[in-house]
Design a protein around this ligand. Structure first.
Ligand SMILES: [Zn+2]
Length: 50
């Protein structure tokens, strides 16, 4: 279980908070931002967080 502070991509409509999330890990550094961006949590992160 690897939870951390949330981040999101300017190209996606969701945020991530689990370092095991493939989608979250694949965000290019230039598109990556700290925080949720006011976006809902991604489904894979929600599943991994359980
Ligand atoms: Zn995610």
């Amino acid at each position: 279980m690897a939870k951390k502070s949330p981040w999101h991509s300017t190209k996606q409509s969701v945020h991530h908070d689990n370092t095991d999330c493939n989608t979250g890990n694949n965000i290019e550094r230039e598109n990556r931002r700290e925080g949720t961006g006011g976006k809902p949590k991604c489904q894979e992160c929600s599943r991994l967080d359980r």
